[in-house]
Design a protein around this ligand. Sequence first.
Ligand SMILES: Nc1nc2c(ncn2[C@@H]2O[C@H](COP(=O)(O)OP(=O)(O)OP(=O)(O)O)[C@@H](O)[C@H]2O)c(=O)[nH]1
Ligand SMILES: [Mg+2]
Length: 188
Amino acid sequence: MIRPPMEPATMQTQDAAVAKLVLAGPMGAGKTTAIRSITDAAPVSTEMPLSEGASDDKDTTTVALDFGHAVLEDGTPLLVYGMPGQERFAFMRPILLEGAFGVVIILNAVDEDVSAQCEHWLREITAIDADLPVVIGITHTDRSASFSIEPVRAAIRNSGMPVPAFTFDARDKQQTFHLMRALLMDMQ
Ligand SMILES: Nc1nc2c(ncn2[C@@H]2O[C@H](COP(=O)(O)OP(=O)(O)OP(=O)(O)O)[C@@H](O)[C@H]2O)c(=O)[nH]1
Ligand SMILES: [Mg+2]
């Protein structure tokens, strides 16, 4: 049985300590997709039809949260929560970050200014909890021929935070797990 998260960053289930991770980032970056990629059972999701900005591959948006239980190859259990990307649901962010071990900020390489997005989301998360470990994952690089990760790394350096950044495809289980492992390395 999966127990809901309590206060600390890691919780005891019957078998092992479980880390709570949260996925943050703008609308359409791939938070819901990432959770669907890594969970074996169907995750909990709160998708509603997009009134504006629907596209062929995205016609719904998260209005409260995503939740899934995943197990890394080494047996490490994870409770993974996804935030809604839209600003009007920003009130959910502190609620979901309560008791989290760390945050994966997912950005979209197709978005106009990815480094500005990066700075924005780093500010949003650290304003809620300045001590949370963070990893950045950038999706949709297959759709942006001109994308370079260097401006994003420069934005991270400007923030003064030791945050690793990777590109990945949220539809791919192994690539999504790779990000989670990078975050969990801070745990050891
Ligand atoms: N081409 C491409 N598509 C991707 C990649 N990663 C995710 N996607 C797609 O991008 C879309 C992301 O949608 P969601 O997962 O709903 O995005 P979200 O971040 O949960 O968005 P909100 O809930 O609205 O904040 C889906 O259609 C995915 O299939 C990638 O690397 N490349
Ligand atoms: Mg979503």
